[in-house]
Design a protein around this ligand. Structure first.
Ligand SMILES: [Zn+2]
Length: 149
């Protein structure tokens, strides 16, 4: 059985491949617990403002999932609270469950600034678990920004 901690740990491993980009990683799990896709933030690497880890992982997962673009039953694990774009993308992808690590008080859209995924006006609302391995996820970002200064 893959726990939420295992999933965020896998996202942390994915984040370590981010190179010059802010280290954020995401992993999509199929309903049976197998990994469908993993990605790291690649905004700098791809020169693409939308190349967030979550979006890249969702795109890849949708190509591998048997049910086309619908990721019903799937779980997305990410090291940082998603932004508005990514929160919107995972609702559109019909992801059933979101697990994330650190909270993002400046841009977070899953509880911090907004709560895009649990808006009662939406008919699809994923289950959310935030703050999983929060300290490890925050430390990874802090180490990165310390070396940037
Ligand atoms: Zn994002």
């Amino acid at each position: 059985m893959t726990t939420s901690e295992d999933m965020v740990r896998a996202a942390l491993r994915a984040a370590s491949a981010s190179g010059a980009d802010v280290p954020i990683g995401a992993v999509v799990y199929a309903p049976d617990g197998t990994v469908l896709a993993e990605a790291c933030n690649a905004r700098e690497a791809l020169g693409d403002p939308t190349a967030h880890a979550e979006v890249l992982a969702l795109r890849e997962a949708a190509t591998r999932h048997g049910d086309g673009w619908r990721l019903d039953g799937c779980t997305l694990a990410v090291t940082l609270e998603p932004c508005t774009m990514c929160a919107g993308a995972l609702v559109l992808a019909r992801v059933s469950r979101l697990v994330f690590g650190a909270w993002e008080p400046k841009t977070g859209a899953v509880g911090s600034l907004w709560d895009v995924v649990r808006d009662r006006r939406l008919n699809h609302r994923p289950e959310v678990q935030g703050g999983v391995l929060e300290q490890e996820c925050a430390d990874l970002l802090e180490r990165f920004f310390r070396t940037q200064r």
